[in-house]
Design a protein around this ligand. Structure first.
Ligand SMILES: [Zn+2]
Length: 310
C-alpha cells in the first residue's frame, strides 16, 4: 500500500506541472494522508470554495485518481439530513490509469522519434520471444501487463536489454524511471479493494482550528432518510457520533478539548520532507507550537514552488 501511495504522489508530481495544476498535487497528498476527506473539510484544507473544488474534482476524476461517495447525514440540531460527499483515492483504478497514461506517453515519444528499428523492450522469459511495444499493444492484461503473442506469458519489460537508437524514448524513460520501476513491483503486490467503507474506516480525521470546526453529523441508517424511524438496528453498527453537550462545556471538558486541539495540531503536522525544501533544505515551519495547524496550511500553499525545481 505504501508503494501505491508513493506512486500516486509521484505521478501527480510528474503529470501536474502547470501552475494551476499544482493544487491537484495537494489534493492528492491530502487524500493519501487522510484516506477520505469530507467535502467541507477538503474545502477547508485547500482553501477552495465549492466551485473551485468541483473543478479540481472533475479533473482528478477524469484522470481516474479520485472517487466520491455521497450519503445523507444528519447534522447536530437539524431535522433533515443533508448529502455529504467524501473524496478518496481508489488505488487500484489509479494504478491502472497510471499504467495506461505512462504507456500513452511512452508511445507518443516513440512515435515522434520515428524509430529506424523498433526496440524490442518486451521479452518473454518462457519462449524467449522479443516484442516491441507496438506489437504487444493489443495483448494486454489490464492487471498483469503485456502478454506474449506466442505463448501468453506475461512479458518482462527491460529497456536496457539491448542498446537501441531511441534518445527521446530514453530521456522519457529516465524521467519516468521511478514510475516504470514501481509499476512492475506493484504487479506482484495485491492492492486491496479500496472502496469507500474501507477507506473511511482507515481515515485520519481532518482537525480544524477553533471557530472553523466542521459541523458534526451522523450517518442516516440504511442511507434512507425517510426510513429512519423504527429502523435503529439496521445499517452500520459502528457509527461515530459526536454531539456537543448543549449545556456548555465544563472545566474538565474544556481541558479535554484543549488537549484534543494539541493532539490535532500534532496529527496534522506534516512529515519532515513535507516541511523542508528539497532545494534549499530550509524548514518553513519554525516550531511546533499552538499555531501549528495554521502554519501547516501555509506550508501546503508553498510546497509546490519548493518542489517545482526538481
Ligand atoms: Zn512467449
Amino acid at each position: 500500500m505504501d508503494l501505491a501511495q508513493t506512486l500516486v504522489r509521484s505521478v501527480a508530481r510528474a503529470f501536474y506541472t502547470g501552475a494551476d495544476e499544482r493544487r491537484l498535487i495537494l489534493v492528492i497528498d491530502a487524500l493519501v494522508f487522510h484516506n477520505t476527506v469530507r467535502d467541507d473539510d477538503l474545502s477547508h484544507l485547500m482553501r477552495l470554495n465549492s466551485k473551485d473544488l468541483n473543478k479540481v474534482y472533475s479533473r482528478l476524476r477524469d484522470d481516474h485518481f479520485l472517487h466520491t461517495y455521497s450519503r445523507p447525514e444528519l447534522k447536530a440540531g437539524k431535522d433533515k439530513p443533508t448529502m455529504r460527499t467524501y473524496y478518496y483515492i481508489d488505488y487500484r483504478q489509479a494504478i491502472d490509469a497510471i499504467k495506461y497514461r505512462t504507456f500513452l506517453l511512452d508511445k507518443k515519444v516513440q512515435g515522434d522519434a520515428v524509430p529506424q528499428q523498433e526496440k524490442k523492450d518486451y521479452f518473454c522469459s518462457y519462449c524467449k520471444a522479443e516484442w516491441t511495444q507496438l506489437e504487444v499493444l493489443d495483448n494486454m492484461d489490464p492487471i498483469r501487463g503485456f502478454m506474449c503473442h506466442r505463448c501468453g506469458t506475461i512479458l518482462d519489460y527491460d529497456p536496457d536489454r539491448k542498446a537501441g537508437g531511441h534518445e527521446l524514448s530514453t530521456r522519457l524513460n529516465n524521467q519516468l524511471k521511478f514510475i516504470l520501476d514501481v509499476l512492475p513491483k506493484l504487479d506482484n503486490v495485491a492492492i486491496p479493494e479500496f472502496d469507500f467503507e474501507t477507506a473511511r474506516a482507515a481515515s485520519i480525521e481532518v482537525h480544524r482550528p477553533r471557530g472553523n470546526e466542521g459541523v458534526d453529523s451522523i450517518v442516516v441508517p440504511d442511507g434512507k432518510p425517510t426510513a429512519v424511524k423504527g429502523m435503529a438496528n439496521i445499517g452500520p453498527q459502528n457509527i461515530h457520533i459526536n454531539i456537543t453537550d448543549t449545556d456548555g462545556p465544563t472545566e474538565a471538558e474544556k481541558e479535554a478539548e484543549r488537549l484534543k486541539k494539541e493532539a490535532a495540531a500534532q496529527a496534522n503536522a506534516l512529515p519532515a520532507w513535507h516541511l523542508t525544501s528539497t532545494v534549499s533544505g530550509i524548514s518553513y515551519s519554525g516550531s511546533a507550537n499552538a499555531t501549528a495547524t495554521s502554519k501547516t496550511d501555509e506550508v501546503d500553499v508553498k510546497k509546490p514552488e519548493a518542489l517545482s525545481d526538481d
